[in-house]
Design a binder for this molecule. Structure first.
Ligand code: ZN
Length: 308
């Protein structure tokens, strides 16, 4: 497979205080392990691309919300707290525009036939961001912005969003509930943050799981729930909210996945992409806060995307 690794300097400048678990070192944890793994020479790395435009953002978020975020940008050296998890410094909004832009760059690249798939190692993450609300360290819903862009520009009728973060992708679910062009499949620890109401709609295959379940339990859900849903939906594009905080070494949650489980799930998604979406996958970094397991898991995810 021709696989892209996309990251941007703006993601290093966005930080929410030294004690915040979502910090710029997460990107280094991934890129260091990628270099160590020796697979960098088999994938193509990009650090430069355009920000998303206001028009791209407004396919998902309201103008009032975008103006609200703009009004909050603090002066250099200070912070603006939206909530205890979601904090802006003077670079945050710029980083958010680039994190959304990474997805659009990846979409154009996989439809331009230069690449089969892409992993966007960008910050801030996106899957908690609702159409008019920032939360859970998320400002723009990057995967939703990419989905709407792909539907609009490439006239897609069906795309699948897969979310394997330990947390419920409540923002993505809210944005696409009852949208027949999108199938969303996820599992998430429950009860757990964000503890928002689960929306039951036809196009949502979001499975709450108890704390402490292991990879075998999750693989069974993927086989019994996700795979049949994807096969009957036949997506023309697969997008992944790739959070690695369900890893057993990540204290953020209490699920017991191993990096080999992320490889197994990704192998299944690659197989589905070959069957239905001309191998097109765009994956977005969401959570993952234990540096060692984050790096190892992301490398196996990328290795699987690249079929290395
Ligand atoms: Zn998470």
């Amino acid at each position: 497979m021709n696989t892209m690794y996309i990251t941007h300097h703006a993601g290093y400048l966005h930080e929410m205080g030294v004690l915040h678990p979502d910090n710029p070192k997460r990107i280094d944890a991934i890129s260091d392990q990628l270099i160590m793994s020796g697979i960098m020479s088999y994938i193509v790395s990009y650090h430069s691309f355009s920000r998303a435009s206001d028009k791209d953002i407004l396919r998902v978020h309201t103008l009032e919300y975008l103006n609200y975020l703009r009004s909050l940008v603090p002066k250099k050296g200070s912070y603006c707290y939206i909530d205890m998890d979601t904090i802006m410094n003077s670079y945050t909004l710029d980083a958010a525009f680039y994190a959304a832009g990474a997805g659009l760059f990846a979409i154009d690249s996989v439809f331009g036939k230069n690449f089969n798939n892409a992993f966007c190692a960008t910050r801030p993450p996106g899957h908690h961001a609702c159409h008019n609300r920032a939360m859970g360290s998320c400002f723009f819903n990057n995967i939703a912005i990419a989905a709407r862009y792909a539907i609009s520009k490439y006239k897609l009728k069906r795309l699948a969003i897969i979310d394997f973060d330990v947390h419920h992708g409540n923002g993505t679910e809210e944005i696409f509930a009852d949208d027949p062009s999108v199938l969303m499949c996820s599992f998430f620890q429950h009860p757990f943050y964000p503890d928002t109401r689960l929306i039951h709609s036809q196009n949502m295959c979001n499975i709450p799981v108890d704390a402490y379940v292991d990879g075998a339990f999750i693989r069974d859900i993927v086989n019994r729930k996700w795979v049949p849903a994807i096969e009957s939906f036949r997506p023309e594009l697969i997008l992944i909210s790739a959070g690695f905080d369900a890893h057993r070494e990540d204290d953020m949650g209490q699920l017991n996945l191993h990096e080999s489980d992320y490889k197994w799930i990704t192998d299944i998604l690659v197989e589905m992409s070959e069957k239905y979406s001309s191998s097109r996958i765009v994956s977005f970094l969401e959570g993952g806060y234990d540096m060692s397991s984050l790096g190892r898991s992301a490398v196996l995810h990328i290795r699987s995307l690249a079929k290395l």
